[in-house]
Design a binder for this molecule. Structure first.
Ligand SMILES: Cc1cc2nc3c(=O)[nH]c(=O)nc-3n(C[C@H](O)[C@H](O)[C@H](O)COP(=O)(O)OP(=O)(O)OC[C@H]3O[C@@H](n4cnc5c(N)ncnc54)[C@H](O)[C@@H]3O)c2cc1C
Length: 442
């Protein structure tokens, strides 16, 4: 019997499973789809996600697939310079999401169980029983990372307040039968406007289509080649001729967040916990950070070493971060509306974002580099312990302490949580920090 079941083999579920496994926890990932994802919703990793993946030795397998290192993010298409961010990776890594998930999955010890859609969840004092693919699975805990339409969320009747979708957009990967000589073959930022074309690998292009037609058609209408063709012609004129639509999907601008990320022995992460318009490149990154925050806390809980309140600190720390992203993406959506007053707001916001202080604040937020939590003094530049333990640098592990902490030589004294955040940086307070984040001494 695994210690933890994870519903969903998207980026959030896979990184959660990786985090748990490296901390010595037995995990089984249950995935609805029969095979690994081949299509990519997201095309970029924000700097904090690149740090997290690099610290875990996962970046090396992702980087060869990257199309670009973009030295900027964007706020609804307004470029936000990242070059002075305090990180080794002051850029967005332009890479298709499917390469990110493949790289993480390749490092899991226990293979993902596919064709295993979760259909029922029951929990009691000792654990959870999950029905998936017609079979019952039992474990101590369930992580629900089954995406924006989360079945687990519905089965539990978890409150998911927010705003319903008011419009819908189309994402499509296409080939072109004809294109103008000047069509950019490099990734540049910002790419915006309905019908923009971003080159992917193997002669494919990504386009996003939105406007009156998509608004009228609504979320459930199938995407047709004619619809995509009309949008490309409207954006580029007759020089761009659609070849084939290889993949297309509609998505909405609903904005919702779970009231509570923990429901007894079920913890929600990623899109299962929060949904918003995918503008500014935030969703995948939020999910990866949720996983990095939850993994070690749940592992300590499974091992019986977690200090009181550690697992609940997952909700306390991560809920406000996604709540802020929901505000930011709603604001960005307003800027993107094709209306005269929206254009006026965009002009003013563009001016304001040219002010260095404002630009730096927004860059810190979009990149994830500015994310911080109560009691945290910064991010560490040291790799996490391979087995997901906290790392104590430049100080002796106090006598009697056999908790999950690894001692390391180094100049500046620091206690680094397994997710890379510094919770003590010299002076008094080491015992208290260890007690709060690592657990009581043996
Ligand atoms: C067009 C578009 C562009 C985007 N661009 C970006 C971007 O540039 N940057 C960015 O950061 N984010 C972007 N996003 C958002 C990003 O793709 C998502 O936030 C991200 O995929 C969330 O990851 P997840 O693992 O939480 O959920 P998902 O990726 O949705 O994965 C959930 C998994 O659960 C599985 N599942 C579903 N139901 C069940 C069930 N009942 N039982 C078992 N398994 C189940 C699914 O098959 C899936 O594999 C974009 C989204 C869209 C739609």
């Amino acid at each position: 019997m695994p210690d933890v079941l994870v519903a969903g083999a998207g980026p959030t579920g896979l990184l959660t499973a990786f985090e748990l496994e490296r901390a010595g926890v037995d995990v089984l990932v249950l995935e609805r789809d029969p095979g690994p994802a081949t299509q990519s919703k997201a095309l970029g990793l924000q700097p904090r996600s690149v740090e997290v993946l690099a610290d875990r030795g996962l970046l090396a397998a992702i980087e060869p697939h990257a199309r670009a290192k973009l030295p900027a993010g964007h706020f609804s298409g307004v470029p936000i310079d990242y070059r002075d961010l305090p990180t080794r990776f002051p850029y967005q890594l332009g890479v298709e999401q499917a390469h990110v998930t493949a790289a993480i999955e390749a490092r899991l010890r226990t293979p993902v169980l596919r064709g295993a859609a979760v259909t029922a969840v029951a929990q009691d004092d000792e654990g959870v029983t999950v029905t998936a693919g017609g079979r019952e699975h039992r474990a101590g805990w369930l992580v629900a990372a089954d995406g924006g339409h989360s079945t687990v969320r519905m089965l539990l009747g978890a409150a998911f307040p927010g705003r319903p979708a008011r419009t819908s957009l189309v994402v499509a990967d296409v080939t072109l039968a004809a294109k103008p000589a000047g069509l950019a073959e490099d990734w540049t930022l910002p790419s915006s406007g309905s019908g923009y074309l971003l080159p992917l690998s193997a002669g494919r292009y990504r386009t996003i289509v939105y406007g009156e037609e998509q608004h009228r058609l609504g979320r459930d209408a199938p995407v047709t080649a004619d619809e995509v063709r009309r949008a490309l012609t409207a954006a580029h004129g007759p020089d761009v001729v659609l070849g084939e639509v290889l993949w297309a999907s509609r998505f909405g601008d609903a904005s919702r967040q779970l009231e509570r990320y923990r429901h007894g022995r079920v913890l929600f992460a990623g899109d299962a916990a929060h949904i918003h318009l995918p503008v500014g490149g935030q969703g995948l990154n939020l999910g990866l950070q949720d996983a990095a925050n939850l993994g070690w806390k749940l592992a300590a809980t499974v091992h019986g070493t977690a200090p009181d309140g550690l697992l609940d600190s997952y909700h306390d720390e991560r809920h406000p971060i996604a709540a802020r992203v929901l505000v930011s993406t709603r604001a960005q959506a307003v800027l993107g509306v094709p209306a005269p007053d929206a254009a006026a707001v965009r002009a003013v916001v563009t001016e304001l974002l040219a002010v260095p202080e404002a630009r730096r604040a927004v860059a810190a937020e979009l990149s994830g580099i500015g994310v911080t939590y109560a009691g945290v003094s910064g991010r560490a530049d040291v790799p996490a312990a391979p087995d997901g333990r906290a790392v104590l640098i430049g100080a002796a592990v106090p006598a009697g302490w056999t908790g999950r902490v690894e001692g390391r030589e180094g100049a500046a004294p620091r206690l680094v949580r397994p997710d890379g955040y510094v919770v003590w940086d010299g002076g008094p307070g080491l015992d208290e920090a260890l007690r709060r984040w690592v657990g009581a001494p043996a």
